[in-house]
Design a protein around this ligand. Structure first.
Ligand code: NDP
Length: 513
């Protein structure tokens, strides 16, 4: 649609240009291992139901839940109907979906218990038209990934008897260091080829994250400014108000660096700092990320002053509610030194970004949920208005809101109306919701892409390993040293992290707006 109206801020001027239309996926059966768990309940089942209803998969999708818990089909369907209702979806088409939803109990490390599953899948193929295509979704704790992959292989379920394809979808974490990531991959690779493996980073499937590439490479005006000549620094912030919730067991081992930096934060960095791929072919897009990861300057693990600040939340108030300290959360050790906040200064050693700091910051129990990327441009080279305004003119900033605000804002300087020569900073903005289209959950996108066999939004193993390799000296330095406790700054829940972080998270102070 085109309009003749002038381009007022935030207005959609032309819509749907160059839409990359996804074809319909082949019929397939999605097998969820860990179907009794949280991820299946909160994310996978609502996403599959929504795809079934709104993406024309009524004749082509069947879903089989598997776990140790001894449900039958009806019990599982009832539970999943609750899950879908809790996700706020309309159950009008539930009965049709439920007819294609099944449950098969099994033991993850017992290949013999996979034989009934194999038989069941063949029956479902016949009855529901799955054509032998399978997605095996590992929604189980990571220590079980290798067991399930091996059981699938031992039961002969990693190879298709006919033309059908088999894909293995793996949730993060992909290891907890380089060695374990390699071991996990070796275990998966015993039965599955790299092109069969889809490593999910659901962050990448958010519309606003995908928009990063479109914004950079479909607009001629920004890309020429996107380098060391014009950019002062880049801040990538992922602030959460949530605490550790029910994930203490995992989080105590992982901490914020493993949970957020090795994966989501580095993916955002790659998207904001990487070069343009020659086209949108999945491997070419992933190649550019690899190239960027290779340019990350090694972290000075022997002296982290000015590079890293770690924090852990103390008791405080978030959104008007009293919340306990991390150390008082159920499942957390009373003297835990696990960081729930990190601010890290990173450099990208290449021609484009030499000398430009990238400030990566993420924390739990902060004042506001906000993930954003801010490109801070340099100051004007000379102030014409020195006498009237002094030396300082606020420099431009481009803010890309990822969640929950899904916005693009460019701050610019304009004259404040009136007799005096006076500047004011105003925002030119666009809100993703301006078009009124429904925003889809990222899991819908990743599941659909797995059905379509499109790897663009999934991690490739070389990327996983490069990121661990880069982060590992930092992890070792943080975890091994005797004064580990001294590195950790406690911050009250509901604030913006420890004040010591200001040097490595320069925009945090602005967050109080
Ligand atoms: P859960 O802890 O809910 O576990 C899923 C299922 O696995 C459980 O219902 C249970 O099923 C089985 N299980 C759990 N622990 C064990 C064990 N020690 N031995 C054998 N079986 C066990 O996990 P989630 O659903 O939260 O997460 C699944 C995966 O997805 C994890 O790797 C997680 O890191 C990842 N992930 C989760 C997210 C989330 O929001 N939940 C977000 C991003 C990634 P049963 O006993 O019936 O066999």
């Amino acid at each position: 649609m085109t309009t003749s109206a002038p381009p007022w801020a935030g207005q959609i001027i032309q819509d749907g240009v160059g839409c990359h239309l996804e074809g319909a996926p082949d019929p397939c059966v999605v097998v969820i291992f860990g179907a009794s768990g949280d991820l299946c309940h909160r994310k996978l089942m609502p996403a599959l139901y929504d795809l079934f209803v709104n993406h024309g998969l009524q004749e082509s999708l069947a879903v089989v839940g598997c776990a140790r818990t001894a449900y039958d089909d009806d019990q599982f369907r009832e539970l999943m109907a609750q899950a879908v209702a809790e996700a706020g979806l309309d159950l009008a088409r539930w009965d049709a979906f439920a007819r294609r939803l099944f449950y098969q109990p099994l033991t993850y490390d017992d290949p013999a218990s996979f034989a009934p599953l194999r038989h069941r899948l063949e029956v479902i193929d016949r009855d529901c038209g799955g054509c032998g295509n399978r997605i095996y979704n590992l929604a189980i704790p990571p220590q079980l990934y290798a067991d399930v992959a091996r059981s699938l292989s031992a039961a002969g379920m990693n190879q298709s008897d006919g033309p059908g394809w088999l894909r293995l979808v793996v949730e993060k974490p992909f290891g907890d260091d380089l060695q374990s990531a390699r071991q996990l991959n070796a275990a998966l690779a015993e039965g599955f080829a790299e092109e069969q493996i889809f490593r999910i980073d659901h962050y990448l499937a958010k519309d606003t994250v995908q928009n990063l590439m479109l914004f950079r490479f479909a607009n001629a005006v920004f890309e020429p400014l996107w380098d060391r000549k014009y950019v002062d620094f880049v801040a990538i912030t992922a602030a959460e108000t949530l605490g550790v919730e029910h994930r203490a067991g995992y989080y105590e081992q992982a901490g914020v660096l493993r949970d957020m930096f090795q994966n989501h934060m580095l993916q955002l960095l790659a998207l904001v700092a990487g070069e343009a791929p020659p086209n949108m072919d999945a491997e070419r897009v992933r190649d550019e990320k690899i190239r960027l990861f290779r340019c990350l300057r090694p972290l000075p693990a022997d002296n982290l002053d000015g590079t890293l600040v770690l924090g852990q939340y103390a008791a405080g108030r978030v959104a008007g509610q009293e919340v306990v300290a991390y150390r008082d959360e159920p499942g957390v050790a009373p003297g835990s030194l696990t960081p729930t906040f990190a601010a890290l200064r990173v450099f990208v050693d290449n021609w484009r970004w030499q000398g430009v700091p990238f400030y990566l910051c993420s924390g739990k129990r902060l004042a506001k949920k906000r993930t954003s990327i801010d490109i801070q441009f340099k100051q004007v080279p000379h102030s014409l208005f020195r006498q009237a305004l002094g030396e300082h003119i606020t420099s431009n900033r481009l803010s890309l809101g990822i969640q929950p605000e899904e916005t693009i804002t460019l701050s610019i300087q304009t004259k404040k109306p009136g007799p005096k020569l006076c500047l004011r900073t105003v925002g030119m903005g666009f809100d993703f919701r301006a078009g009124g289209e429904p925003m889809h959950d990222a899991y819908e996108k990743v599941l659909l892409d797995a059905m379509l066999g499109d790897h663009t939004l999934f991690w490739r193993q070389d990327g996983v390993e490069l990121c661990w390799q880069w982060l590992e000296p930092l992890l070792r330095a943080c975890e091994a040293c005797a004064d580990r406790g001294k590195r950790l700054h406690f911050y009250p829940a509901g604030g913006w992290g420890p004040p010591q972080a200001r040097d490595v998270a320069p925009l945090l102070a602005d967050r109080n707006e």
